[in-house]
Design a protein around this ligand. Structure first.
Ligand code: FAD
Length: 631
């Protein structure tokens, strides 16, 4: 950029000098001619003086011309400079971070600096802006949203991660945490509602409906009457517990004693009412909310293999661990949303990216800033406190109140200077078990030959015996253009298939992404997804006719989402460990996102971002917000 402007400048000046010398040469040439004529002829003094006058006029005219041309060229040069400056500024506001720094235009201070624009970081940043805090969200990638970002290729708009949503449009105390954040920001998300997904199980293929009654029919057909009885027993035991699991609105939680005012006191009457409604047995059951879900169905003596496999699948999809590792509260929350009368699933009309856009709109509407392509290299510690961050380009951004990391626990550790954290904390992070990574398949293809009533979601389980967490065993497929045709060019479909948190990073570790070995492994390990897609879409689908086909590996996942070993998140099992809270041993450094309580998944990370934002403002402000949105 600078080189271009310097060379343009040089060009302008050389043009100017060239024009001036030509003009002078011309003027001097005229005056030379008149000199020679004056020596040659002894003319009358009148003629001579009139000739001298003409010469003077000509010389003056010559200089005038030079000055005029110079002035014109100078103006031209000024205009060009202005245009260049304008173009630079335009670029600055559109994208170029380095230029921003170069021009010294970006404020290098904020109350709170958030590292990462995943759903957790955006919820935290946007709520802080809503609380009138000066907040900047720094994102390494050129797209916001982290695991939930969308990207576009050849007119196909791809979801990179989540596509299974519910409760996005719910409002009120029992709403999904993300919906509560959107409500606080005054943002809404137009969604398409639906209530079924196709499953391809060893027992057979069927359309599974959420809701209290339809699933019984599937059970009857594929698993038999004993499975139906056990499912009834399970719902009967856990749905009443959902009143307790959902009694405290996620937005009322904060990480300090202020929670006694914003949650406990505020919702005590409704909590007491729900416990009375549950009766002594139910209230006793509620004490199991923070225990593994398997304890609940073991206590109910559920034995049907289909039911146990199904619960494991749901738990794994929800949290990356099976039913013996997932918190009962998390499962019960999901059951309440999926198996209550009138429940539906929701898909945002403009794709998962619309969730991110709504949060970014909310952030910016309240004066918060999002800076893309701003990779944080270090968290800066002064006097033992987190006081800001240093970007990859060397810029320091001071955080007056706090630094919040939305990066995973392992990635946050890498941002801190050695010795900043106690050894026990570092050891705790380094020994936290990790979920594996992902294989992705993104396809854009012609809808001709594909059934008109194709479902948006498909789940393929190849072998129950291998377990839902085994590699190459479970494939999830989402075809969002079925509900949102605007996500693909007319007459086309956009599809994302993936192996959910089951692809071992170790298989890919150290491979050169340009090597033949990498390419071969990619083709070998993606085959299971291709076959699942062919099974779900039927013979009308031809893989060789796809207009876009992209295979992502754990290395892709690691690179694009800046996630250590491309992990889905911490594999913390309820009963054996708990997700870390949001504070750290370093004052003014907090964390949000799927490495913190309550864990993995869009609703969970939204809750974590909200808890951190609430904790950074006084109780009075927090209470005012709860009042404002009627919680
Ligand atoms: C394929 C897939 C499908 C999923 N499906 C579902 C689903 O259907 N439903 C559901 O509820 N959940 C689903 N999930 C889980 C859910 O998407 C994630 O748990 C959640 O989005 C994680 O959000 P987060 O805020 O914790 O972090 P992330 O999304 O990981 O965001 C962290 C951000 O921090 C940035 N960052 C990291 N380091 C730095 C740095 N040094 N400087 C600047 N920026 C940095 C990263 O670039 C990233 O943007 C899915 C996940 C995946 C991968």
């Amino acid at each position: 950029m600078r080189e271009i402007s310097i060379s343009t400048l040089t060009l302008s000046w050389s043009h100017l000098l060239l024009f001036a010398s030509i003009s002078l040469h011309f003027v001097l040439g005229i005056s030379g001619d008149s000199n020679s004529s004056s020596t040659g002829a002894k003319a009358e003094s009148h003629t001579s003086s009139s000739k001298t006058g003409t010469k003077v006029i000509l010389v003056l005219l010559g200089f005038g011309a030079v000055a005029g041309v110079s002035f014109f060229l100078y103006k031209l040069w000024q205009k060009k400079k202005r245009d260049e400056q304008y173009a630079r500024l335009l670029k600055l506001f559109e994208e170029d971070d380095e230029l921003e720094v170069e021009l010294g235009l970006r404020e290098s201070e904020a109350d709170v600096v958030v590292i990462g624009s995943g759903i957790g970081g955006l919820c935290c940043g946007a709520l802080l802006a809503r609380y009138d805090q000066d907040v900047v969200v720094l994102e390494s990638h050129d797209h916001p949203g982290g695991a939930a970002h969308s990207f576009e290729i050849k007119g196909y708009k791809f979801d990179s991660g989540p596509s299974l949503f519910s409760g996005l449009q719910s409002r009120g105390p029992q709403a999904n945490p993300l919906a509560q954040v959107l409500d606080a920001l005054g943002e809404s998300l137009p969604c398409k509602k639906y209530d079924s997904w196709m499953v391809y199980l060893p027992e057979g293929d069927f359309l599974s409906r959420i809701g209290p009654t339809d699933f019984f029919k599937d059970l009857e057909k594929y698993a038999g009457p004993s499975a139906v009885q056990e499912w009834e027993k399970l719902l009967g035991a856990i749905l009443p517990l959902s009143t307790a699991a959902m009694a405290l609105p996620p937005l009322s939680i904060r990480g300090d004693l202020g929670v006694l005012s914003t949650a406990a006191a505020r919702y005590a009457p409704s909590l007491i009412k729900s416990f009375i409604k549950m009766g002594p047995k139910g209230a006793l059951g509620a004490t199991k909310l923070l225990r593994p879900f398997s304890e609940i169905f073991d206590s109910l003596e559920l034995k049907d293999p289909f039911i146990r496999n199904w619960i494991d699948l749901l738990a794994f999809l929800l949290a990356g661990v099976k039913s013996d590792g997932i918190l009962s509260a998390e499962m019960i929350y999901m059951f309440a949303e999926w198996y209550k009368p009138g429940c539906t699933l929701e898909y945002p009309i403009d794709g998962s990216g619309a969730v991110v856009e709504a949060l970014v709109r909310g952030l910016e509407k309240f004066g918060g800033r999002l800076s893309l392509k701003s990779h944080v290299e270090n968290i800066v510690i002064e006097d033992g406190k987190a006081v800001g961050v240093k970007l990859k380009n060397g810029q320091f951004i001071r955080a007056r109140k706090a630094v919040v990391s939305n990066a995973s626990m392992w990635d946050t550790l890498k941002l801190l200077p050695p010795g900043a954290l106690p050894d026990s904390y570092v050891k705790g992070v380094n020994t936290t078990p990790q979920c594996e990574s992902f294989m992705h398949l993104h396809l854009g293809f012609d809808a001709e030959g594909i059934a008109d009533d194709l479902e948006i979601h498909h789940i393929v389980v190849n072998d129950w015996d291998r377990g839902v967490d085994a590699d190459q065993n479970v494939v999830l497929i989402s075809v969002p253009s079925v509900l949102s045709p605007n996500l693909a060019p007319p007459g086309k479909h956009v599809l994302h298939a993936y192996c959910p948190g089951t692809e071992p990073f170790s298989l890919w570790e150290g491979l050169d992404r340009r090597s033949a070995e990498y390419k071969n492994l990619k083709s070998q390990r993606s085959e299971v997804m291709w076959r699942a897609v062919e099974r779900a879409l039927g013979p009308g689908f031809k893989r060789e006719k796809c207009e876009v086909s992209l295979v992502g590996t754990p290395l892709t996942h690691q690179r694009f989402l800046r996630r250590n070993r491309g992990t889905y998140g911490p594999a913390i099992e309820a009963g054996k460990g708990t997700f870390p809270g949001h504070s750290t041993p370093i004052p003014q450094l907090l964390c949000c996102g799927d490495s913190t309580f309550p864990g993995i998944g869009v609703p969970a990370v939204a809750a974590s971002g909200a808890i951190v934002a609430n904790s950074l403002v006084p109780v009075s402000k927090h209470s005012q917000l709860l009042d404002a949105i009627g919680l």
